[in-house]
Design a protein around this ligand. Sequence first.
Ligand SMILES: [Ca+2]
Ligand SMILES: [Ca+2]
Ligand SMILES: [Ca+2]
Length: 137
Amino acid sequence: MADLNRDGLGDIVVGSPYEDLAKADAGQVTVIPGRRSGALGTGAYSFSQDTAGVPGASEAYDYFGATVSAGDINKDGKPELFVGAPGENNHTGAVWMFPGAGSRPTATGSRLFTASSVGLTQHDSTYLGGNGLLWVI
Ligand SMILES: [Ca+2]
Ligand SMILES: [Ca+2]
Ligand SMILES: [Ca+2]
């Protein structure tokens, strides 16, 4: 939960790492804005690696969305959304950052952090981005 659109209501960030899209277990993330009344779901939006403006591409077993987090890391008052895909690059893993904007984090300007981009050597099964509960359930 995080108030990504800054309306005072918590928004639900749902990771779906096993979402198939065009490739098995590519994964996606859906944001469901909080509402004071009425059914949840109005205004919901999703990101995957196939969303226009998002670096990378959905591949089988990326598990994009295995972990999610939010925080205003540049202190502009607009929270950023972070998404881990531990299966990316032969299970080295990677993390995406979606910058906060007027009413929601956007794909425009989103960035991809791989092991090498944060100074780590790429190793298979590092699972950068966390494995969440992938192998518990
Ligand atoms: Ca909100
Ligand atoms: Ca990928
Ligand atoms: Ca921000």
